[in-house]
Design a protein around this ligand. Structure first.
Ligand SMILES: [Zn+2]
Length: 314
Protein backbone atom coordinates (compact mmCIF):
# COMPACT_ATOMS: atom_id res chain seq x y z
CA UNK A 1 0.00 0.00 0.00
CA UNK A 2 2.79 2.36 0.99
CA UNK A 3 4.65 1.45 -2.18
CA UNK A 4 1.58 2.17 -4.30
CA UNK A 5 1.25 5.58 -2.69
CA UNK A 6 4.88 6.40 -3.42
CA UNK A 7 4.48 5.25 -7.02
CA UNK A 8 1.41 7.46 -7.36
CA UNK A 9 3.32 10.43 -5.95
CA UNK A 10 6.19 9.67 -8.33
CA UNK A 11 3.86 9.62 -11.33
CA UNK A 12 2.28 12.87 -10.19
CA UNK A 13 5.66 14.56 -9.79
CA UNK A 14 6.85 13.32 -13.16
CA UNK A 15 3.77 14.79 -14.83
CA UNK A 16 4.05 18.01 -12.88
CA UNK A 17 7.73 18.55 -13.68
CA UNK A 18 6.97 17.61 -17.29
CA UNK A 19 4.52 20.50 -17.48
CA UNK A 20 7.06 22.85 -15.96
CA UNK A 21 9.78 21.74 -18.36
CA UNK A 22 7.45 22.81 -21.18
CA UNK A 23 7.46 26.32 -19.69
CA UNK A 24 11.19 26.84 -19.78
CA UNK A 25 12.90 30.02 -20.84
CA UNK A 26 14.00 31.47 -24.12
CA UNK A 27 17.75 31.13 -24.60
CA UNK A 28 19.90 33.18 -26.95
CA UNK A 29 23.49 32.11 -27.41
CA UNK A 30 25.80 34.78 -28.83
CA UNK A 31 28.62 32.47 -29.79
CA UNK A 32 32.28 33.36 -29.52
CA UNK A 33 33.27 32.67 -33.11
CA UNK A 34 36.15 35.18 -33.29
CA UNK A 35 35.72 38.02 -35.78
CA UNK A 36 32.17 37.21 -36.92
CA UNK A 37 28.57 36.76 -35.77
CA UNK A 38 26.62 33.62 -34.93
CA UNK A 39 23.54 33.45 -32.70
CA UNK A 40 21.49 30.43 -31.74
CA UNK A 41 17.99 31.05 -30.43
CA UNK A 42 16.15 28.26 -28.61
CA UNK A 43 12.45 28.83 -27.89
CA UNK A 44 10.79 27.64 -24.67
CA UNK A 45 9.16 24.79 -26.60
CA UNK A 46 12.37 23.77 -28.35
CA UNK A 47 12.17 25.48 -31.72
CA UNK A 48 15.57 26.60 -32.99
CA UNK A 49 16.54 29.64 -35.04
CA UNK A 50 20.05 30.58 -36.05
CA UNK A 51 21.20 33.97 -37.28
CA UNK A 52 24.56 33.83 -39.12
CA UNK A 53 27.13 31.04 -38.88
CA UNK A 54 30.36 32.98 -38.22
CA UNK A 55 33.73 32.73 -40.00
CA UNK A 56 34.73 29.16 -39.09
CA UNK A 57 33.00 26.03 -40.32
CA UNK A 58 34.32 23.61 -37.68
CA UNK A 59 33.60 26.02 -34.87
CA UNK A 60 29.90 26.46 -35.71
CA UNK A 61 29.35 22.74 -36.31
CA UNK A 62 30.94 21.99 -32.93
CA UNK A 63 28.79 24.58 -31.15
CA UNK A 64 25.64 23.11 -32.67
CA UNK A 65 26.71 19.62 -31.63
CA UNK A 66 27.69 20.65 -28.11
CA UNK A 67 24.39 22.47 -27.59
CA UNK A 68 22.59 19.26 -28.64
CA UNK A 69 20.84 21.03 -31.49
CA UNK A 70 18.95 18.32 -33.39
CA UNK A 71 17.10 20.53 -35.87
CA UNK A 72 16.92 24.12 -37.12
CA UNK A 73 13.53 25.64 -37.91
CA UNK A 74 14.68 29.01 -39.16
CA UNK A 75 18.11 29.84 -40.59
CA UNK A 76 18.97 33.43 -41.43
CA UNK A 77 22.01 35.03 -43.05
CA UNK A 78 21.92 38.72 -42.09
CA UNK A 79 24.13 39.34 -45.11
CA UNK A 80 26.51 37.22 -47.15
CA UNK A 81 30.00 38.27 -46.06
CA UNK A 82 32.17 35.31 -45.13
CA UNK A 83 32.20 36.25 -41.41
CA UNK A 84 28.47 35.38 -41.40
CA UNK A 85 28.03 32.46 -43.77
CA UNK A 86 31.15 30.30 -43.53
CA UNK A 87 30.02 26.70 -43.03
CA UNK A 88 26.42 27.63 -43.83
CA UNK A 89 26.42 24.95 -46.57
CA UNK A 90 27.43 22.30 -44.03
CA UNK A 91 24.82 23.51 -41.56
CA UNK A 92 22.19 23.28 -44.31
CA UNK A 93 23.26 19.75 -45.31
CA UNK A 94 23.31 18.53 -41.72
CA UNK A 95 20.24 20.25 -40.27
CA UNK A 96 18.01 20.81 -43.33
CA UNK A 97 16.38 23.98 -41.93
CA UNK A 98 12.65 24.37 -42.54
CA UNK A 99 13.19 27.90 -43.86
CA UNK A 100 16.18 29.92 -44.97
CA UNK A 101 16.29 33.70 -45.35
CA UNK A 102 18.97 36.04 -46.73
CA UNK A 103 18.90 39.58 -48.14
CA UNK A 104 18.73 38.23 -51.71
CA UNK A 105 21.83 40.14 -52.78
CA UNK A 106 24.24 37.78 -54.56
CA UNK A 107 27.96 37.77 -53.86
CA UNK A 108 30.91 36.48 -55.85
CA UNK A 109 32.61 34.30 -53.23
CA UNK A 110 32.83 30.50 -53.22
CA UNK A 111 31.39 30.51 -49.70
CA UNK A 112 28.27 32.17 -51.08
CA UNK A 113 28.11 29.79 -54.06
CA UNK A 114 28.35 26.76 -51.76
CA UNK A 115 25.53 28.09 -49.58
CA UNK A 116 23.22 28.70 -52.55
CA UNK A 117 24.09 25.30 -54.06
CA UNK A 118 23.23 23.53 -50.79
CA UNK A 119 19.87 25.35 -50.60
CA UNK A 120 19.01 24.19 -54.12
CA UNK A 121 20.31 20.65 -53.74
CA UNK A 122 18.30 19.92 -50.58
CA UNK A 123 15.20 21.84 -51.71
CA UNK A 124 15.32 24.13 -48.67
CA UNK A 125 12.48 26.68 -48.53
CA UNK A 126 14.26 29.85 -49.50
CA UNK A 127 12.78 33.26 -48.72
CA UNK A 128 14.20 36.58 -49.75
CA UNK A 129 14.41 38.87 -46.72
CA UNK A 130 11.39 41.00 -47.50
CA UNK A 131 9.30 42.61 -44.79
CA UNK A 132 7.66 39.79 -42.83
CA UNK A 133 6.60 38.53 -39.46
CA UNK A 134 7.42 34.95 -38.49
CA UNK A 135 5.93 33.14 -35.52
CA UNK A 136 8.01 30.33 -34.10
CA UNK A 137 6.23 28.84 -31.09
CA UNK A 138 5.93 31.70 -28.62
CA UNK A 139 8.57 33.77 -30.43
CA UNK A 140 7.98 36.43 -33.04
CA UNK A 141 10.60 37.46 -35.56
CA UNK A 142 10.09 40.69 -37.44
CA UNK A 143 12.23 40.84 -40.56
CA UNK A 144 13.21 44.38 -41.57
CA UNK A 145 14.30 44.04 -45.19
CA UNK A 146 17.27 45.61 -46.99
CA UNK A 147 16.90 49.21 -48.11
CA UNK A 148 14.72 49.96 -51.14
CA UNK A 149 16.38 50.99 -53.35
CA UNK A 150 19.55 49.26 -52.14
CA UNK A 151 22.14 51.54 -50.56
CA UNK A 152 25.17 51.59 -52.87
CA UNK A 153 27.60 52.76 -50.20
CA UNK A 154 29.06 49.65 -48.49
CA UNK A 155 26.29 47.74 -50.25
CA UNK A 156 26.36 44.31 -48.63
CA UNK A 157 26.77 45.63 -45.08
CA UNK A 158 24.22 48.43 -45.32
CA UNK A 159 21.62 46.15 -46.86
CA UNK A 160 21.82 43.55 -44.09
CA UNK A 161 18.55 42.09 -42.89
CA UNK A 162 17.71 43.51 -39.46
CA UNK A 163 15.78 41.16 -37.18
CA UNK A 164 13.69 41.96 -34.16
CA UNK A 165 12.91 39.08 -31.82
CA UNK A 166 10.03 39.31 -29.33
CA UNK A 167 9.09 36.92 -26.55
CA UNK A 168 6.33 38.28 -24.28
CA UNK A 169 7.78 41.55 -22.91
CA UNK A 170 11.36 40.75 -23.91
CA UNK A 171 12.90 41.99 -27.15
CA UNK A 172 16.22 41.83 -28.94
CA UNK A 173 17.45 43.46 -32.16
CA UNK A 174 19.99 41.88 -34.52
CA UNK A 175 21.46 44.51 -36.81
CA UNK A 176 23.84 42.61 -39.09
CA UNK A 177 26.51 45.03 -40.32
CA UNK A 178 24.36 48.05 -41.08
CA UNK A 179 26.08 51.41 -41.11
CA UNK A 180 24.94 54.95 -40.40
CA UNK A 181 23.13 55.36 -43.75
CA UNK A 182 20.81 52.43 -43.07
CA UNK A 183 20.37 53.30 -39.38
CA UNK A 184 19.05 56.70 -40.42
CA UNK A 185 16.58 55.13 -42.85
CA UNK A 186 15.38 52.59 -40.28
CA UNK A 187 14.66 55.39 -37.83
CA UNK A 188 12.28 56.84 -40.43
CA UNK A 189 10.81 53.56 -41.71
CA UNK A 190 10.21 51.51 -38.59
CA UNK A 191 11.11 53.43 -35.49
CA UNK A 192 8.49 51.60 -33.41
CA UNK A 193 10.24 48.30 -34.12
CA UNK A 194 13.59 49.51 -32.85
CA UNK A 195 13.12 49.99 -29.12
CA UNK A 196 14.45 46.80 -27.48
CA UNK A 197 15.96 45.39 -24.29
CA UNK A 198 19.04 43.94 -25.93
CA UNK A 199 20.85 45.28 -28.97
CA UNK A 200 23.31 43.23 -31.00
CA UNK A 201 25.58 46.10 -31.97
CA UNK A 202 26.07 46.46 -35.73
CA UNK A 203 29.32 45.63 -37.49
CA UNK A 204 31.41 44.46 -34.50
CA UNK A 205 31.14 47.87 -32.82
CA UNK A 206 32.64 49.72 -35.79
CA UNK A 207 32.28 53.50 -35.82
CA UNK A 208 30.80 53.14 -39.32
CA UNK A 209 27.59 52.25 -37.48
CA UNK A 210 26.03 52.91 -34.04
CA UNK A 211 25.24 56.58 -34.58
CA UNK A 212 24.24 58.33 -31.33
CA UNK A 213 20.69 58.96 -32.59
CA UNK A 214 20.20 55.29 -33.50
CA UNK A 215 21.54 53.99 -30.17
CA UNK A 216 19.45 56.51 -28.22
CA UNK A 217 16.32 55.50 -30.16
CA UNK A 218 16.88 51.79 -29.67
CA UNK A 219 17.60 52.64 -26.04
CA UNK A 220 18.72 49.15 -25.02
CA UNK A 221 19.57 48.16 -21.48
CA UNK A 222 22.22 45.72 -22.68
CA UNK A 223 24.41 45.53 -25.76
CA UNK A 224 26.27 42.60 -27.29
CA UNK A 225 29.34 43.04 -29.47
CA UNK A 226 30.69 40.20 -31.59
CA UNK A 227 34.40 40.64 -32.27
CA UNK A 228 37.64 38.69 -32.39
CA UNK A 229 40.43 39.25 -29.87
CA UNK A 230 43.05 41.60 -31.35
CA UNK A 231 41.25 41.80 -34.70
CA UNK A 232 42.93 43.75 -37.50
CA UNK A 233 40.11 46.32 -37.71
CA UNK A 234 40.42 47.57 -34.14
CA UNK A 235 36.80 46.53 -33.43
CA UNK A 236 35.02 47.55 -31.32
CA UNK A 237 35.95 51.18 -31.94
CA UNK A 238 36.43 53.41 -28.90
CA UNK A 239 33.83 55.84 -30.24
CA UNK A 240 31.14 53.15 -29.98
CA UNK A 241 32.25 51.98 -26.53
CA UNK A 242 32.31 55.53 -25.18
CA UNK A 243 28.82 56.19 -26.53
CA UNK A 244 27.41 53.02 -24.94
CA UNK A 245 29.15 53.73 -21.64
CA UNK A 246 27.97 57.33 -21.52
CA UNK A 247 24.40 56.14 -22.03
CA UNK A 248 24.79 53.60 -19.20
CA UNK A 249 24.24 50.62 -21.50
CA UNK A 250 25.67 47.31 -20.31
CA UNK A 251 28.32 46.00 -22.69
CA UNK A 252 29.14 42.36 -23.32
CA UNK A 253 31.83 41.41 -25.85
CA UNK A 254 32.65 38.01 -27.24
CA UNK A 255 36.38 38.87 -27.33
CA UNK A 256 36.36 39.48 -23.56
CA UNK A 257 33.40 37.43 -22.30
CA UNK A 258 33.56 34.45 -24.66
CA UNK A 259 30.15 33.02 -25.51
CA UNK A 260 27.29 35.04 -24.01
CA UNK A 261 24.00 33.44 -23.04
CA UNK A 262 20.86 35.50 -22.47
CA UNK A 263 18.07 33.63 -20.76
CA UNK A 264 14.62 35.10 -20.26
CA UNK A 265 11.16 34.13 -19.06
CA UNK A 266 9.72 36.94 -21.15
CA UNK A 267 9.76 39.48 -18.31
CA UNK A 268 13.23 39.45 -16.78
CA UNK A 269 16.44 38.24 -18.31
CA UNK A 270 19.80 37.07 -17.07
CA UNK A 271 23.12 37.25 -18.86
CA UNK A 272 25.64 34.46 -18.42
CA UNK A 273 29.14 34.64 -19.80
CA UNK A 274 31.69 31.96 -20.51
CA UNK A 275 34.46 34.09 -19.01
CA UNK A 276 32.85 35.52 -15.90
CA UNK A 277 35.93 37.26 -14.57
CA UNK A 278 36.40 39.56 -17.53
CA UNK A 279 33.46 41.85 -18.02
CA UNK A 280 33.44 45.05 -19.96
CA UNK A 281 32.35 47.98 -17.77
CA UNK A 282 29.88 49.08 -16.54
CA UNK A 283 29.26 46.03 -14.41
CA UNK A 284 25.82 44.49 -14.75
CA UNK A 285 23.72 44.13 -11.64
CA UNK A 286 22.82 40.50 -11.07
CA UNK A 287 19.15 39.81 -11.62
CA UNK A 288 18.63 36.79 -9.42
CA UNK A 289 15.14 35.44 -9.18
CA UNK A 290 14.56 32.58 -6.82
CA UNK A 291 11.16 31.50 -7.98
CA UNK A 292 11.43 31.44 -11.72
CA UNK A 293 10.07 28.27 -13.39
CA UNK A 294 13.54 26.84 -13.82
CA UNK A 295 14.29 27.03 -10.09
CA UNK A 296 10.95 25.47 -9.20
CA UNK A 297 11.71 22.81 -11.72
CA UNK A 298 15.08 22.06 -10.18
CA UNK A 299 13.52 21.92 -6.74
CA UNK A 300 10.86 19.48 -7.92
CA UNK A 301 13.44 17.35 -9.65
CA UNK A 302 15.31 17.17 -6.36
CA UNK A 303 12.14 16.14 -4.48
CA UNK A 304 11.46 13.58 -7.18
CA UNK A 305 14.94 12.13 -6.73
CA UNK A 306 14.42 11.80 -2.95
CA UNK A 307 11.23 9.86 -3.64
CA UNK A 308 13.01 7.56 -6.06
CA UNK A 309 15.72 6.91 -3.48
CA UNK A 310 13.06 6.34 -0.83
CA UNK A 311 11.15 3.93 -3.09
CA UNK A 312 14.28 1.94 -3.79
CA UNK A 313 14.98 1.46 -0.09
CA UNK A 314 11.43 0.45 0.88
ZN1 LIG B 1 29.77 42.40 -43.28
Amino acid sequence: MKKLLIILILVFLLCFTGILIAQENLQIYFLDVGQGDASIIISPSGQVAMIDSGPNENLILNYLKNLNISHIDLLIASHVHSDRITGMDKVIVQYKPKAFIDPGIPHTTQTYERMITAIGKYSINYYKGTSRKINLGSLTFIILPPANPLIKESEINNNSIVIRLDFKDFSCLFTGDIEKEREGQLLNESRNNLNVDILKIAHHGSSSGSSPLFIKSVNPETSIIFCGKGNQYGHPHQETLTLLQNLGINIYRTDLNGTILVETNGTDYQVFTEKESIRAPPIVKAKLKLLNPKNINMLLQKIQMYFIILAVFM
